[in-house]
Ligand binder design. Structure first.
Ligand code: ADP
Ligand code: MG
Length: 262
């Protein structure tokens, strides 16, 4: 049985879709079998982020209403053969897919995949309820900005009323220079504040733009890519490290001290 993990935040625009896509790639690099589920019914962001929007024949609405078999709606990634996307339905009313049906879909997927990553819509209404009902673990995404941290706090308390057995945190859009000079909260501070274990820290990445949220090179080497690899390895239980966004901004003396501290 694979793991069913929802990426949620309360606040929109904090990077759930971008992280779902990149985490999928990083897990595929670890030879895992992954399906990314777009739970933002009515909108389609994940298929665009994955660059598969022109390949859609069936979507989650067709699978939910038995117009196709679930497997027929999955789109295999061009670069990573173990990575699939289940696109959202654009043409049906979101409430046509009940939480029960959505849960059945994620449950069925978990029979075949190591990871079912569910990209949750913004807000804490029906779409949130549907997406969270289909998961057994949650990754709460926030940025270091106070409004996002507050919403993450609300979402974390809401999650306690669902059967979610593990909740962890991802802090996105960290700016190393600001963290270093103390004008931006560090991921570890936010994790303490929210009393939620940290699964990942992702740097603010100037290279991200609307058409290129992910870099599908098999050789991940820039800071953002490395941070996703660490996140994926963390989920796999290989270690408990997150990317240190302020590393490049520390003086040489501090770096040497850190090396000696191990
Ligand atoms: N680490 C990052 N650095 C820079 N821009 C980012 C980062 N993560 C996300 N973004 C940008 O922020 C915007 C919102 O991201 P998105 O993943 O769509 O958020 P959500 O799914 O939470 O609404 C997008 O334009 C995306 O490119
Ligand atoms: Mg999104």
């Amino acid at each position: 049985m694979g793991r069913k993990i929802v990426l949620t935040s309360g606040k929109g625009g904090v990077g759930k879709t971008t992280i779902t896509a990149n985490l999928g790639i990083a897990l595929a690099m670890l030879s895992k079998k992954i399906v990314l589920v777009d739970a933002d019914i009515g909108l389609n962001n994940l298929d665009v982020a994955m660059g598969v929007e022109n390949k859609i024949v069936y979507d989650i609405g067709d699978a939910a209403e038995n117009r196709c078999r679930l497997k027929q709606a999955l789109i295999q990634d061009e670069c990573f053969s173990s990575l699939y996307t289940l696109p959202s339905a654009k043409s049906i009313e979101p409430n046509k897919i009940s939480s029960k049906v959505f849960s059945q879909i994620t449950e069925e997927l978990s029979q075949d995949f190591d990871y079912v990553l569910i990209d949750c819509p913004a807000g804490i209404e029906d779409g949130f309820h549907r997406a969270v009902s289909g998961a057994s673990e949650a990754l709460v995404v926030t940025t270091p900005h106070i409004s996002a941290v507050r919403d993450a706090d609300k979402v974390i308390s809401l999650l306690s009323s669902y059967s979610i057995k593990k909740v962890s945190l991802i802090v996105n859009r960290l700016k190393g220079k600001l963290v270093k000079d103390g004008s931006m909260m560090d991921a570890k501070d936010i994790s303490q504040l929210l009393r939620t274990p940290l699964a990942g820290a992702i740097p603010d990445d100037d290279n991200i733009n609307i058409n290129s949220q992910i870099n599908k090179t098999k050789n991940m080497k820039d800071a953002a890519q490395l941070s996703y690899i660490l996140l994926a390895e963390n989920l796999e239980g290989l270690h408990n490290r997150v990317y240190d966004c302020s590393y490049g901004y520390r003086g040489i003396i501090n770096k040497i001290r850190n090396i000696f501290r191990g």
